[in-house]
Design a binder for this molecule. Structure first.
Ligand code: BTN
Length: 327
């Protein structure tokens, strides 16, 4: 398996700098070369490289160099150019194919990678979901990534990172597409009762301390019904199928997702909890939950400080559930 820690650390990149400037408006080649203390030829070569990748960059005689169109590709330089201060963007590695991004980030976590380490893959050969299910990837059509968190929390709070990421995705989808998703406890993001994204949080603890947690998120972006396995077709949806514009770029979705993730990570838990409850489709609903071999029925009334679900049973008693699946 590829070891992401063996890859050289990303250097401050000319492509990144050029993209950052191009996103802001027209630029003048000689001015950029002067600012960066580089020969103009090197800047020209970097612009040509970006053009080869599909960025449509045109020089206009009086207006300068303008970025007219960006392709739907995922390159770390663009994410870093969009989010220069974001810890997830700064440590982003993008692979064409890997086993599972969660595996890579977990391995990196064991080896001491810092918080914010992030791996994205266009496709995964062994992508997985909760409860040992497999998560199928469609190259070029979805977003599949995993993030490393090292919060100083007790281990049982790891589930809160699932909530955080699902709220971040709901915010990102609403900001970029106007699509208002809902959350099905604990880890599914739905639109019109079909799954658009799933989150898998895997953690390692030492005694009473959470050593690190890996949060993997799989998002259906451009898939059409035929891209999903037949048995999932009736229950799966992509942002495109939900009405997002065909020119929605995964790179922009990624940037907004990472921005919202970091914003929520820095926000008070109470604010996140309130927002999560407002997005949760199960709040106040009667639920049947499979908890191991048991099925518990009751009305969802809250989530606790540590993320556990609070149910009111038919006899009025309260039951707290830390893990399970809504039937
Ligand atoms: C679920 O719905 O059960 C969770 C699905 C999580 C899928 C993502 S894709 C990126 C990361 N790598 C994996 O192997 N799984 C997660």
């Amino acid at each position: 398996m590829t070891n992401p820690l063996n890859n050289p650390a990303p250097r401050p990149d000319l492509d990144e700098e050029l993209l950052r400037r191009l996103f802001q408006g027209p630029l003048v080649l000689e001015q950029v070369a002067h600012d960066l203390l580089l020969p103009p030829e090197q800047v020209r070569q970097s612009l040509q490289e970006l053009s080869r990748l599909g960025y449509q960059i045109t020089t206009f005689p009086h207006r300068g160099i303008i970025l007219q169109h960006s392709p739907d590709i995922l390159i770390a330089d663009e994410t870093r150019a969009r989010l220069p201060e974001n810890i997830f963007a700064r440590q982003l590695r993008i692979f064409k194919e890997t086993r599972s991004t969660n595996d890579l980030v977990f391995q990196a976590g064991v080896q001491g990678a810092p918080e914010g380490f992030c791996v994205l893959a266009e496709s995964q050969t062994h992508g997985r979901g909760r409860n040992g299910r497999c998560w199928q990837t469609t190259a070029g059509k979805g977003l599949y990534l995993s993030l490393l968190f090292r919060p100083s929390w007790p281990p049982e709070r790891a589930a809160c990172l699932t909530y955080l990421t699902s709220v971040a995705f709901c915010r990102a989808a609403a900001r970029l597409t106007g699509i208002r998703c809902g959350i099905k406890w604990p880890n599914d993001v739905l639109y019109q009762n079909k799954k658009i994204a799933g989150i898998l949080t895997e953690a390692r603890s030492q005694a009473s301390r959470l050593e690190f947690a890996v949060v993997g998120i799989g998002i259906n972006v451009h898939q059409q019904p035929g891209d999903f396995p037949e048995d999932l077709r009736a229950r799966a949806l992509s942002l495109g199928m939900a009405g997002a514009a065909a020119n929605l770029r995964r790179a922009e979705l990624l940037a907004v997702l990472l921005e919202e993730t970091l914003r929520l990570y820095r926000a008070p838990w109470e604010d996140l909890r309130t927002e999560w409850k407002s997005l949760c489709l199960s709040t106040g609903q009667p639920l049947r939950i499979q908890c191991g071999r048991r099925i518990v029925e009751g009305q969802m009334i809250d989530i606790e400080e540590n993320g556990h679900l609070v149910l009111r049973l038919p006899d009025g008693k309260i039951e707290v559930i830390n893990s399970g699946e809504i039937l």
